[in-house]
Design a protein around this ligand. Structure first.
Ligand SMILES: NC(=O)c1ccc[n+]([C@@H]2O[C@H](COP(=O)([O-])OP(=O)(O)OC[C@H]3O[C@@H](n4cnc5c(N)ncnc54)[C@H](OP(=O)(O)O)[C@@H]3O)[C@@H](O)[C@H]2O)c1
Length: 288
């Protein structure tokens, strides 16, 4: 049985991984900044350890007795320094394997958008001497609404991506790949680009939303500069994130995420969830 440490377990994605680990009968330690916000993790059976990735002195106690680590902490401005601190601490403690959740944009040449920070961390993971698995998801279906502007209720999805296809993936399927990499022995030194099962244009995605919810939703393609203003006024994205999201749209428009991979089927042995499945399960999110 692996002895795990997970990070980011109080967040949406890390919490999804924690639930799936527990469902497969594996728990371990969870490093959290606010133990008072970790009730759901302790309910799942995780041992809660207080710590902060930006505070190296808090890490040895968390890593003690651990042989595998999930490295995940979202995309905040401290992401690179924070995750590098954990990698250094893992090497010092003799950890065997690290599973890092990165992003598809980290694998582009050059990396773009949120991928620039992920790429810097990937490089350190790869030269750390640890055994590693890097999981690079395509755009999460769960982020589609956020990045495409949260105005489905007004009948529009705004994204300057023209008719490019994007093989969005359900976050739960990415979590399933990370769980396999954490709990099985044959994922060392592998990079997994995890897509969904089909490359959809945003027009096709909005057609699916319309069909499932019964509400007419249309894809709008504004000029890039106008999109920046709309992101500022109509979303909760910060001024640091907006240029990164615009770069992500540029990358999608260039067709960078239109190739379907078979990673989920190879690693998990199932078919990944479709966007149609996702919308049906979350009709209320789409205002249906
Ligand atoms: N394909 C994609 O769409 C894709 C790919 C990669 C990444 N993403 C990004 O994934 C994010 C969504 O994931 P999420 O919902 O899990 O993010 P989140 O809710 O922001 O969670 C981040 C987690 O990391 C923890 N954390 C942050 N800094 C930490 C530190 N210094 N020390 C210890 N823990 C720390 C947070 O703990 P606290 O509870 O203490 O805050 C939280 O548990 C979005 O920002 C999205 O852009 C998306």
């Amino acid at each position: 049985m692996p002895r795990l440490l997970i990070t980011g377990g109080t967040g949406t994605f890390g919490g999804t991984i924690a639930r799936q680990l527990a469902e497969s009968g594996v728990t371990g330690k969870a490093l959290v900044r606010g133990p008072d916000r970790a009730e759901s993790l302790s309910d799942l059976g995780f041992e809660i350890v207080a710590g902060d990735l930006t505070e190296p002195e808090s890490l040895p106690a968390a890593i003690d007795g651990v042989d595998r680590i999930l490295l995940w902490s979202g995309n905040d401005p401290h992401q690179v320094a924070a995750q590098r601190t954990l990698i250094d601490a893992a090497v010092a403690a003799g950890v065997r394997h690290v599973v890092m959740v990165s992003a598809h944009s980290a694998g582009l040449t050059p990396p773009v958008s949120f991928g620039v920070a992920h790429h810097a961390i990937e490089e350190q993971v790869q030269r750390s001497g640890l055994s590693w698995t890097i999981v690079r998801p395509y755009l999460f279906m769960q982020n589609f609404v956020r990045f495409a502007l949260k105005i489905v209720s007004r009948g529009m999805v705004i994204a300057p991506v023209k008719d490019a296809g994007i093989a969005m993936v359900d976050m739960r399927d990415v979590a399933a790949v990370a769980v396999r990499a954490l709990t099985e022995d044959h994922h060392g030194d592998k990079t997994y680009e995890v897509s969904g099962p089909e490359a959809l244009s945003f027009a096709r995605a909005t057609h699916i939303i319309s069909h499932v919810t019964g509400k007419q939703v249309t894809h709008i393609n504004p000029p890039r500069i106008l999109t920046g203003l709309l992101l500022k006024t109509m979303t909760d994205l910060s001024s640091r994130e907006i240029p990164l999201v615009l770069q992500l749209f540029d990358s999608i428009r260039a067709g960078d995420q239109d190739r379907v991979t078979d990673v989920f089927a190879q690693v998990v042995g199932q078919i990944p969830r479709t966007f149609d499945d996702y919308v049906r399960e979350h009709v209320e999110v789409f205002g249906g």
